[in-house]
Design a protein around this ligand. Structure first.
Ligand code: DCP
Ligand code: MG
Length: 433
């Protein structure tokens, strides 16, 4: 019987109570007992920003294209045609144009990238019960169990097809028993390809690959490994762990495990529900707009600080207003992914202005962020805002050293308050701040 994604019902987590078992800690034990290998798929859009630019301007297709900012002078990404000349992400634009002088350079159109990223997320969410959004263009999908019905590999490939058909974006994928192997398989399959590493074939796939292909092996570790004559993953696998530890310290063990084809198959399924928020109940109900605005700035700065501490960007902002009679309103809007105070403050003020009923005394204000993705890229989504992010991070460092009380923007309120911090699971560790 032929199955295709088109003729399957659309799944949502809530429609499939049986899949909720996977949320329970016993699930993995259960599958191990049943000796079922997990099937973890990984998907990553090909030259994402360039692909979006091509949709907007199809004449760019097939050409060496670089997306980047003149001001910042760094390549965000480039088409595979430009990669042939050695151009890559994070390379200075000047160097990129030396390598590939005929490349077409386009500026980033950030709003579009968030929009397409969300579109792909929605398609995946409608087709699989368990998935994790790992960056703006990258997803892990748990297809364990599905293989009984459709064939995990077939399902993964059909999912790729439907994403490209609906959005116009090419996407590559990998499938294996562990997250890191699937991601490496995706990298090997790019562009516009798919690679399955069947259960039991993990070493066969990994061993011939160069050490730097392992996710997390940066330039420094690569050099350390090469200094002791380890060039391939097989070389690592055949080195006794204690020898490796002597050179690399703690990191040796997880590296060695990976070289044996062992890695996590856990999917972070509750990422969608995660949120961070700060709210403040005032000692005295308040109608003073400048006071309320300064409170919003302060709450936003604190929440944005927590966001950056966790290396995240948010894609959704909510402002909560509770009036003196306890009537409460919440207004929420999705935004382009960001971790920048000024962008978030502007959005929070905008939401407040749209929902505040002038003259009514306010008892509580709250600011909440959700829809997170990691800051995996150098924030070049925002072009020259990279410098701004670095500035905010520098201020964050001072906050870490001297406490948040000592640093606040002039516009923030200095008044005493009964602040109430409310963090969900994700941010519990920050409660002590
Ligand atoms: N990005 C960026 N700066 C970087 C790396 C990435 O701005 N240093 C942005 C542009 C990319 C997007 O993030 O299009 C996704 O990053 P990827 O690492 O997935 O790279 P691409 O999707 O561009 O190419 P690939 O086909 O290798 O996935
Ligand atoms: Mg990509």
């Amino acid at each position: 019987m032929h199955y295709s994604i088109e003729n399957l019902p659309t799944y949502r987590l809530t429609d499939l109570p049986t899949y909720r078992l996977t949320d329970l800690p016993t699930y993995r034990t259960f599958t191990l007992m049943a000796e079922a290998k997990p099937y973890i798929a990984h998907f990553d859009l090909d030259s994402f920003f360039v692909s979006v630019e091509i949709i907007n301007n199809p004449s760019l297709k097939g050409k060496p294209v670089i997306v980047g900012g003149y001001e910042r002078g760094v390549v965000s990404t480039c088409s595979y045609e430009a990669r042939k000349y050695g151009v890559h992400s994070a390379m200075p634009m000047k160097k990129a144009l030396q390598l590939c002088p005929h490349a077409i350079v386009t500026h980033s159109s950030s709003g579009q990238y968030s929009k397409y990223s969300r579109w792909v997320t929605e398609i995946i969410a409608s087709k699989v019960p368990l998935f994790e959004k790992a960056s703006i263009d990258e997803f892990y999908v748990d297809l364990s169990g599905m293989d009984k019905f459709f064939g995990a590999s077939k399902y993964a490939q059909e999912l790729r097809k439907i994403i490209t058909k609906e959005t116009g974006l090419p996407i590559s994928g990998g499938l294996s028993s562990a997250r890191f192997i699937s991601k490496m398989a995706t990298n090997e399959a790019k562009p516009n390809g798919f690679l399955q590493v069947p259960p039991g074939k993990e070493k066969e796939f990994l061993w011939p690959l160069a050490v730097e292909k392992i996710n997390g092996v940066g330039k420094q570790t690569e050099q350390q490994l090469k200094n002791i004559g380890l060039y391939t993953i097989e070389d690592i696998a055949k080195t006794p762990l204690n020898v490796l530890e002597a050179y690399l310290g703690k990191w040796a063990e997880s590296l060695w495990q990976k070289s044996q084809g062992i890695g996590s198959a856990e999917i972070e399924t509750n990422w969608e529900q995660k949120s961070m928020s700060h709210e403040n109940t005032f000692d005295k109900d308040n109608t003073d707009i400048s006071f309320l605005q300064s409170e919003l700035v302060r709450l936003t700065e604190k929440t944005a600080y927590a966001l950056r501490q966790d290396e995240l960007m948010t894609g959704c902002v909510t402002v909560k207003i509770r009036y003196s009679d306890f009537e409460t309103t919440s207004r929420q809007e999705t935004i382009d992914y960001t971790a920048l105070d000024d962008v978030l403050i502007a959005k929070v003020k905008d939401l407040f202005n749209k929902s505040y009923q002038k003259g009514r005394p306010v008892r509580l204000l709250g600011v909440r962020f959700n829809q997170f993705i990691p800051i995996t890229m150098q924030m070049s989504l925002f072009d020259n805002n990279v410098e701004k992010l670095n500035l905010f991070k520098a201020v964050d460092d001072i906050k870490d050293r001297f406490g948040t009380k000592f640093i606040s923007k002039a516009v923030s309120s200095k008044g005493k308050d009964s602040e109430h911090k409310k963090f969900t699971q994700h941010n519990k560790k920050k409660e002590a701040e």
